[in-house]
Ligand binder design. Structure first.
Ligand SMILES: NC(=O)c1ccc[n+]([C@@H]2O[C@H](COP(=O)([O-])OP(=O)(O)OC[C@H]3O[C@@H](n4cnc5c(N)ncnc54)[C@H](OP(=O)(O)O)[C@@H]3O)[C@@H](O)[C@H]2O)c1
Length: 327
């Protein structure tokens, strides 16, 4: 029986529960693919699952919902994916076996081709961030190319993905970051106007920059802080998509009523097969046309997963893209 190195947590806890051990290498069943992982994405949700704040889970538990690597085995009858293919994967939180491992089982629908133009670490940065950005922009906000977009928290993995794809469609993108490096980065990735969300006057600056029309679409990474500002700055028929939130929000519903603003939550794993096909196709199109270029902030070896979890939560010095584990 073949074995592999993997992280399987035995109970909820702090980053110290992320220990590498030797476990049995899984075998794909119909509808599944075994991927040899070269790089695994570290997403904020992994830290919530690890800490036990994202609902009950069975143990031992594998972590990691996106990755890039090489197809190691396919179930009988699979025609479109073959052993040796370079791929990236994304199945959202609640993975079959978890991508923090040398090999991971993933559903066939979650396997996409990875061109040679992107590294494995860039491939590991595609799944959850880009598909969440695309689900938010296309499925939830029904964004149109001529519209104004505020990416409230643009310097992280999801925000940079949103800036790249929305600017490629022709949307007028405004982005926020909390550091000078973050501001430069979002500008280089499609935000035409940038604002520091730690600057005490930034809301007034945003208001002046967008003018009377307001924002047609707002992607919100920290809704508990910002929802009140978002409903105020939204346009008539504005759509605010709550991607991240860490507590209760205070906002004035009058702004929603007066401008017929919609606030929608997004949760990537709720994608139907048809929605998944639409956003997956748009992502592959963006990769092939070259405007999807994931930005890697930091790489950690698998054994340093505890440090990677600290980094994704604390972002000392501000976010600058995606954190990944390498194998
Ligand atoms: N709903 C879903 O399906 C889904 C999927 C993926 C992610 N998420 C959630 O979406 C959020 C972003 O994910 P991510 O991977 O991009 O995380 P990330 O890489 O850690 O980025 C976090 C972003 O939030 C910004 N931020 C910090 N304080 C802020 C504030 N007061 N106002 C506005 N922005 C602020 C950060 O900017 P600076 O560091 O520059 O200050 C950074 O741009 C997380 O909460 C994550 O859990 C949800």
């Amino acid at each position: 029986m073949a074995s592999m190195r993997a992280i399987r947590i035995q109970g909820f806890g702090g980053p110290e529960v992320l220990k590498v051990s030797s476990v049995e290498r899984p075998t794909p069943k119909p509808g599944q693919v075994l991927v040899q992982i070269k790089s695994a994405g570290v997403n904020p949700v992994d830290t919530y699952i690890r800490a036990g704040t994202f609902g009950p889970r069975p143990f031992p538990l594998g972590l990691g919902g996106d990755a890039a690597g090489i197809v190691a085995a396919v179930a009988d009858g699979e025609k479109n994916i073959k052993v040796g293919d370079r791929v990236f994967t994304c199945e959202g939180p609640g993975p079959l076996t978890g991508t923090y491992a040398e090999y991971a089982l993933v559903p066939t629908r979650a396997v996409f081709p990875l061109p040679d133009s992107l590294t494995f670490s860039q491939g590991a940065a595609l799944g959850i961030p880009y598909l969440t950005a695309l689900r938010s922009l296309i499925i939830k906000a029904k964004s149109k190319p001529h519209e104004t977009l505020l990416v409230h928290g643009a310097s992280g993995a999801v925000g940079l993905a949103a800036c790249q794809v929305a600017s490629s469609w022709g949307m007028k993108v405004f982005g926020t970051a909390g550091t000078d490096d973050g501001l430069q980065l979002i500008k280089a990735n499609g935000a035409g106007a940038v604002f520091n969300h730690r600057d005490k006057n930034y809301v007034q600056k945003l208001r002046e920059a967008v003018g009377e029309h307001g924002f047609d679409v707002i992607l919100e990474m920290v809704a508990n802080h910002n929802l009140g500002v978002d409903v105020e700055l939204a346009a008539v028929d504005g759509r605010i998509v709550v991607i991240g939130s860490h507590g209760e929000a205070k906002f004035e519903p009058f702004h929603m009523m007066g401008k017929e603003v919609t606030v929608a939550g997004v949760m990537l794993p709720h994608s139907t097969d048809e929605e998944w096909r639409i956003i997956g196709a748009e992502l592959v199109k963006g990769i092939n046309s070259g405007h999807v270029r994931p930005v890697i902030d930091q790489e950690f070896p698998l054994e340093k997963a505890p440090e990677a979890h600290e980094a994704v939560i604390q972002h000392t010095g501000g976010s600058k893209g995606k954190i990944v584990l390498t194998l």
